[in-house]
Design a protein around this ligand. Structure first.
Ligand code: BGC
Length: 428
């Protein structure tokens, strides 16, 4: 089955399942049976993700006590299942009150399809423009109009490590380690009796994100941006080097990678079953939420070769342009998201940096303080594995090509697929 067919089949079965549970029925179903409700759709279902979402829920229900908050989260890291369910609902004219997406190209696809409401009036009335960095604002607008409210800045290029395992293997990974040196050290880690790299490939974004940081390390931020516009070919020698390094890394991963999710892979690293794990800093929220201690149970370093760049994955919320169940409640919900105290509490749980310049970082762990600073000072690029940096069609081709590569390890085939996708799926 092709990926798109799998998606349609999955969408149908999940939609049936959801309808069967009475969770998300026809348009306006949130209003049946009396009270008003606000249905918020996301893919936040891990421990830390749920706790962070509860911060937003509490802010809303405190501000609008007459409306019940309906958590319509669909499990599946990176939103793979959620996106399919959402597409079916939007197509059927049955949008949730609000849904999660990424800024930049991910948002632009929704705006292009006419599904996200123009919320420029909220930006003006709430004074949000003054609170947000210019880089983020640019990713939320089309033709001078705003369409989404951002809640955070996650960093995708972080390597989580097990300090005890690294010590035992005599391996040091620092900000100046190159990707080639990292790959050369993998056998030493293996000799220490653990999987050198933990991969939670049950979530398709995880291997795609691992390859992404190898490419970013080899190209740098400017080259990465050119790659995503088609100005630099995937057939470039540096991209080939990155894919080859990725292939070597794949042969040094845990044997159960196909059945592990991102959060299980992060946890296994902190528990000493693996030496390292490449994951966005939602893993920081997850590990600390599970009581793991930074510096002893786990360590972190920017992925080798990428210390000078912030690989950005942001979360944001939109409300529907059509068939909106309750525009008043929806706007009241959006109004909570950039409140400084909500930003502070939400991001503390989520492992991310606040996006509002008014949010206090008091009491934040050092890792998150440093990430917040890096977000303000380093060049920012958008992640491809999370469909933030390129149009949906191209990002899907990339995810599919990485999934095939996991089995084939065919570098030429991968580069050929991506080079041809650059020609047909990028640009106007
Ligand atoms: C989202 C994060 C989320 C992660 C894993 C990313 O796409 O931006 O908020 O925690 O996926 O589910």
């Amino acid at each position: 089955m092709t990926r798109s067919r799998v998606r349609v089949a999955l969408a149908t079965s999940i939609a049936l399942l959801v309808a069967g549970c009475g969770g998300a029925g026809g348009s306006g179903s949130g209003r049946t049976g009396g009270g008003k409700s606000l249905e918020v759709f996301s893919w936040w279902t891990s421990g830390s993700e749920s706790e962070a979402l509860q911060v937003l829920q509490k802010a809303f229900t405190t501000a609008d006590p007459g409306v019940t908050f309906k958590n319509a989260a669909v499990a599946g890291g990176g939103g793979s299942n959620a996106r399919t369910v959402l597409a079916t609902r939007l197509q059927g004219g049955n949008p949730p009150d609000s849904w999660q997406l990424h800024p930049d190209q991910d948002l632009m696809s929704v705006v292009q399809d006419g599904n996200a409401a123009d919320i420029t009036d909220l930006y003006k009335s709430q004074g949000w423009e003054k609170q947000l960095p210019a880089s983020v604002k640019a990713m939320l607008q089309k033709d001078g109009k705003y369409y989404a409210v951002p809640v955070n800045a996650h960093r995708a290029n972080v390597l989580w490590t097990n300090p005890g395992v690294l010590k035992k293997a005599g391996v040091q990974i620092t900000d100046s380690t190159t990707p080639a040196e990292f790959v050369a050290d993998l056998p030493k880690l293996k000799a220490a009796g653990v999987a050198p790299v933990c991969l939670g490939a049950k979530d398709t974004f995880a291997p795609a994100q691992l390859l992404e940081v190898f490419i970013l390390a080899n190209l740098g931020p400017d080259g990465w941006k050119q790659l995503l516009t088609g100005a630099l070919s995937f057939n470039d020698a540096k991209v080939r080097t990155a894919v080859t390094q990725f292939a070597t890394t794949l042969s040094n991963t845990n044997s159960d990678s196909a059945v592990l999710t991102w959060d299980q892979a992060a946890l296994q690293t902190a528990e000493g079953k693996c030496a390292t794990n490449l994951m966005g800093d939602w893993a920081f929220g997850e590990l600390t939420g599970k009581g793991k201690k930074d510096g002893t149970d786990f360590g972190h370093v920017t992925f080798p070769g990428t210390s000078g760049v912030f690989d950005f994955v942001g979360d944001a919320f939109v409300i529907p342009a059509h068939n909106a169940p309750d525009p008043k409640a929806e706007k009241a919900w959006l109004e909570q998201l950039l409140k400084p105290e909500v930003q502070t509490q939400f991001n503390l749980k989520k492992g991310s940096a606040p996006v509002s310049s008014q949010a206090s970082l008091q009491g934040y762990p050092d890792y998150q303080k440093k990430a917040a600073k890096d977000f303000q000072t380093l060049p920012i690029v958008s992640s491809l594995a999370h469909a933030q940096g390129a149009p949906a069609e191209f990002a899907n081709t990339y995810l599919d090509a990485v999934t095939s590569f996991l089995g084939s390890k065919n570098v030429d085939a991968f580069l050929k697929t991506m080079t041809s996708a650059q020609k047909t799926q990028l640009g106007d």
